[in-house]
Ligand binder design. Sequence first.
Ligand code: SAM
Length: 308
Amino acid sequence: MGKTSKDKRDIYYRQAKEEGYRARSAFKLLQIDQIFHILDGVNRVVDLCAAPGSWSQVLSKRLYENSPNKDDVKIVAVDLQAMAPLPGVKQLQGDITKLSTAEEIIAYFDDKKAQLVVCDGAPDVTGLHDIDEYIQSQLLLAALSITTHILMDGGKFVAKIFRGKDTSFLYSQLRVFFKKVSIAKPASSRNSSIEAFVVCEDYSPPCGYVPQMIDPMVNDVQVSAEQTDSPVNRSIVPFVVCGDLRNFDSDMSYSLKSEDGKEYEYKEVVQKPISPAYKEILEKTKNLSLKHQNYLIKEEASAFQENE
Ligand code: SAM
C-alpha cells in the first residue's frame, strides 16, 4: 500500500495533517462543539486521556482565541503516556484512576474547579466488541469518578463511549450526576464504529454525595438513583448526530485532487508518537533480517500471552 492510500481512504486523517492537528479526533470535538457549544465561555478545562494531543490543540486554540483575559485560561492534559509539549497546555503524565491526579489538577487551578472535563480515553482495543465495550465503560466510570472531584457545579463533561447493550445503564449512571445527558455521533466518527460520545450538561451531584475514586476493574461508582428528582430508568436517551451535510463522510473515500484544482501534496503526520509501545521491539530488531525480526516478534507475543 502506498503512503498516500490512507490519505485517500480517510479524509479526516488527511485534513488533520493539513490543518496541523496531531490526530483526526480533533474534528470529533469540533463537531460536538458545533451542536452543543461546550467551549463557549469556559476558561478552566481538563483533557483526560489526551495524548497525542489533538483535543488539547482544539481547546488551546479556541480558549485563547475567545477568552477576553488570556491569563484566566488554564488547560490541563492528562495521559498515561508522555505527550509532546503544547503551548498554553499544562501536561500531567498520570493515571486518571488515581486521586493524586485529581489533586494535581485542582492545585494547578488554584483550588478552583474545572468548568469542562473532556475524555477521549480508550484502552487498547481487542476487536472483540463485548470485551472492548466493557473495558471502555470501565474507563468511562473512572473518568466520571475523577470528574466528580474536579468539576464545578453546573459544569459539563464529554466522554467517549462504545455503544452496546449497557449504554442505557451508563446513561442512567450519568443522569444521577448531570441534569442533561445526550449521546453524540460526530460525522468524523465512522458509522461502522461503535464509538459515540456522551455530552453531559449541568453537573449537579446528588445531595450529600462524597466524591470517590474507583478502581475501574474492581468496583463501580456507588450511587442511588433514588437520590435524583426524576426517575432515570424510564427516560429516552437523546441521540444527536453532530456535523451537517457540509462535513465530509468519514466512511467515504475522496479523490486526492481538491475541488478547487489545487495539486495534492503529501504531508507527514504532525506529531509522531514520542514513546510508542512498539519502540522497544524495533530497537531490538533493527539490525536483523526481516525473517529474523518476524520470528522475534512472534516469540515476544507468545511470551506475553503466557504471562497474562
Ligand atoms: N484525544 C486524544 C487526541 O485527540 O489526540 C486521543 C486519545 S487516545 C484515543 C486515548 C488515550 O487514552 C491514549 O493516549 C491512552 O494512553 C489514554 N489512556 C487510557 N487509559 C488511561 C488512564 N487510565 N489514564 C490516563 N490516560 C489513559
